[in-house]
Design a protein around this ligand. Structure first.
Ligand SMILES: Nc1ncnc2c1ncn2[C@@H]1O[C@H](COP(=O)(O)OP(=O)(O)OP(=O)(O)O)[C@@H](O)[C@H]1O
Length: 278
């Protein structure tokens, strides 16, 4: 479980990036963490991983204060950073051999299978692999670690089209009820059918936090030559209008467009039922 209580954070000599932020995450969810460039998504991941220390307030992850960097905390957490800096001379198997020991639940059979699924060779020097291949290797490693918290920063960046859809299938198939996955991304289409919950951060706060099921029970995401007259948000696009309107009693729930949702939230047209930090 993740608990942020009035958490503030500022980089040295800079204005606060997070300002008294409250947030709670129960285990068992795949969360899409969205926000504009510079909103603080990677910083939040750094705070959750204990790489950064809150300026004030509190963070607890699975009962630990991340910045304490307790070994018991670290063995249940894996962070896949946006840029991967890997030991170029190591082979994949040597990398696995040296790091898997840190993760008590690491599943080598699963790792082998995921390498096959991702079309990666069994062994190769990391320095001879492409950016996308290294990313797939690290995603496979993160999943095989079986950690309670997986922090994936832009995981689909650099993945080819088949690998993106494989990524969705692999996450869905391998995540258990005691695990939490937080995916920070701008590639919203890549996670639309994967996440259970959409969280949007802006100006140091969580401005939107809603489960996808609850969203599709409340709102209809439509596209047509005309927007619904009750729309709360309308966006002109090629050939028509994207809109968000209250779901009518006789309507089937629609597919949620995270891009339209994000645009609506950022200009303050859509809120969580109980606005967080309001
Ligand atoms: N090490 C650092 N020192 C000082 N400022 C930093 C540092 N890292 C990030 N920042 C600043 O903090 C803010 C948030 O950065 P962060 O990388 O967390 O945003 P982000 O939401 O992940 O952005 P993006 O979507 O562009 O990846 C930015 O204004 C950035 O310039």
């Amino acid at each position: 479980m993740i608990l942020l209580n009035q958490m503030s954070f500022a980089y040295r000599k800079q204005a606060p990036l997070f300002d008294q932020m409250d947030w709670e995450v129960q285990p068992g969810q795949v969360i899409g963490l969205l926000g504009k460039n510079g909103a603080g998504k990677s910083t939040l991941m750094g705070l959750l991983a204990g790489l950064l220390k809150p300026t004030s307030g509190d963070i607890q992850v699975n009962g630990y204060r991340p910045f304490g960097r307790s070994p018991l905390f670290l063995q249940e957490l894996i962070l896949l950073p946006e840029e991967n800096f890997l030991p170029e001379k190591n082979t994949m198997q040597r990398y696995i051999g040296s790091l898997a020991a840190f993760y008590p639940r690491f599943d080598r059979a699963k790792m082998n299978q995921l390498q096959k699924d991702f079309d990666l060779p069994y062994d190769q020097k990391l320095g001879r692999m492409s950016f996308g291949q290294r990313k797939k290797f690290l995603i496979a490693f993160a999943i095989a670690s079986d950690c309670k918290l997986l922090l994936l920063d832009e995981p689909t960046n650099g993945l080819d089209i088949p690998s993106k859809s494989l990524f969705r299938k692999i996450v869905t198939a391998n995540i258990e009820d005691d695990q939490t996955v937080i995916i920070s991304t701008h590639q919203v289409k890549d996670v639309e059918n994967l996440i259970d919950r959409a969280v949007i951060v802006n100006h140091g706060k969580v401005i939107f936090d809603e489960e996808m099921l609850s969203l599709s029970d409340q709102w209809y995401f439509g596209f047509g030559s005309q927007a619904d007259e009750h729309s709360v948000y309308v966006e002109k696009s090629m050939g028509g209008y994207h809109y968000i309107a209250p779901l009518k009693a006789d309507q089937q729930p629609s597919q949620i467009s995270l891009e339209i949702l994000f645009n609506a939230v950022i200009i303050n047209r859509l809120h969580t039922p109980k606005p967080v930090n309001a």
